[in-house]
Design a protein around this ligand. Structure first.
Ligand code: PMP
Length: 404
């Protein structure tokens, strides 16, 4: 078993680098993932052998680039149980959620309507809805969380009334790593006639996702968090909803007919992809999907949960306060030490973690802290990274407490 994961680790060249002269323990995967050679090779191959602008060429090279781009769309569709024309390429989760918010919900909601969220949302699944609420007169309501940061189902039932037109929540939150009971909540919301948008930024590539089985109407995720390039992501939308969604960007390639004073648009998803697209990004995402499915999402989920558990136990034993953990993500603090100081001390030892508010200020308020340290493992991390983290935190504790 370990041999398999050892071999997988060798696929990620950056993990062999040093940081500050120390072997790198990269534990900031919730911010962005590292890239395997297969993905890097797919990008290189595209630029060495297939690069041309898509849709516009009558020549073979452009047609090959178009085919590679559309083949990536098909792979993404199969990856989440959707149809190819339900996959819109975006810059990432943030732009995917904004497209659903301002292309669809902005025009559907009004005074008296409610948008249900949780206090554990990343800012990119909160601020767009604040803005939609301001523009439409709709109201934001929040599902109650239990002590672990998971939505309390009995409490949720009370909030999810027939006034709620949209439930928008993260499948896995980016600070505590909590996997929400999305399927149950989606069923509850649907019973009341609401639509469901899932922020899958920390879920896609970490566990099996089937949008239909989850009951999601929209599903957003980012390529860079699942082994692909930055600047590419996906908005899945049910076909009939995408048909009703208005484009947010207008220009070349999204049009059907243009006169001096008006234009008609192509059907979804092309009407949302105006201008020259991130072709290599889409191809990198297709290659990432191939790589991830080659390993198996169930195996990835188990591996990351095991590394997360080991980190949480080791950190607690080292005197840290652990606020929560799930998947490969652990949120913690060392009592009396600011997480930024801790992260800086770890940096000097070659350990990369993130400290701060993690784009989740309301969750910090809910936890009653101003900031936390977050270590996040991916399947290609191993026990040596866990050891480095726990030893690094112990050393930092001694250093800050003046015992060293
Ligand atoms: N939602 C969650 C849960 C996230 O973790 C992130 C990224 N940290 C985002 C949304 C935003 O993703 P992106 O920055 O790739 O648009």
């Amino acid at each position: 078993m370990d041999k398999k994961w050892n071999k997988i680790r060798q696929d990620f060249p950056l993990l062999a680098e040093k940081m500050n002269g120390e072997p790198l323990a990269y534990l900031d995967n919730a911010a962005t993932s590292q890239k395997p050679r297969a993905v890097i090779a797919a990008i290189k191959d595209f630029y060495e052998k297939e690069n041309a602008n898509i849709y516009r060429g009558t020549y073979a090279l452009s047609q090959a680039a178009t085919a590679a781009y559309e083949s990536a769309r098909k792979k993404l569709a199969a990856f989440i149980g959707a149809e190819a024309d339900e996959i819109v390429f975006t810059k990432g989760t943030t732009s995917a959620i904004n497209l659903a918010a301002f292309g669809y919900f902005r025009w559907q909601l009004g005074p008296g309507d409610e948008i249900a969220l949780t206090a554990a949302e990343h800012h990119s699944n909160l601020i767009p809805w604040q803005q939609v609420a301001k523009a439409t007169g709709a109201k934001l309501v929040f599902l109650p969380l239990d002590k672990k940061g998971a939505v309390d189902l009995a409490g949720a039932e009370k909030v999810l009334t027939s006034r709620v037109r949209l439930l928008a929540l993260a499948q896995v939150d980016n600070v505590l790593g909590t996997e929400q009971p999305v399927k149950e909540l989606a069923a509850m919301a649907k019973k009341q006639g609401a639509l469901v948008l899932i922020d899958g930024a920390q879920a896609a590539g970490h566990l099996p996702v089937d949008v239909k089985e989850l009951g999601s109407d929209f599903y957003a995720f980012s390529g860079h968090k699942m082994l692909a390039q930055t600047g590419i992501g996906v908005l899945y939308g049910r076909r009939e909803l995408l048909e009703q969604t208005r484009p947010l960007e207008f220009g070349g390639e999204m049009i059907r007919e243009v006169s001096l004073t008006d234009a008609s648009f192509k059907p979804a998803p092309q009407k949302f992809e105006a201008g020259s697209q991130n072709v290599s990004g889409a191809i990198s995402l297709g290659a990432a999907v191939d790589y991830l499915t080659g390993i198996g999402l169930e195996a990835i989920r188990d591996r990351e949960a095991s590394l997360g558990r080991q980190m949480a136990q080791g950190l607690e034993a080292a005197g840290a306060t652990v606020y929560g953990y799930g998947g490969g993500i652990v949120a913690f603090n060392l009592p009396g030490i600011h997480p930024h100081d801790l992260a800086t001390a770890l940096d000097a030892q070659g350990i990369a973690i993130r400290a701060g508010q993690h784009c989740a200020q309301p969750l910090m308020d809910w936890l009653g802290v101003s900031a936390v340290a977050r270590a996040s493992a991916a399947f290609y991390n191993d026990e040596s990274d866990v050891r480095a983290l726990v030893q690094g935190v112990s050393a930092a504790k001694e250093f800050f407490n003046g015992t060293r």
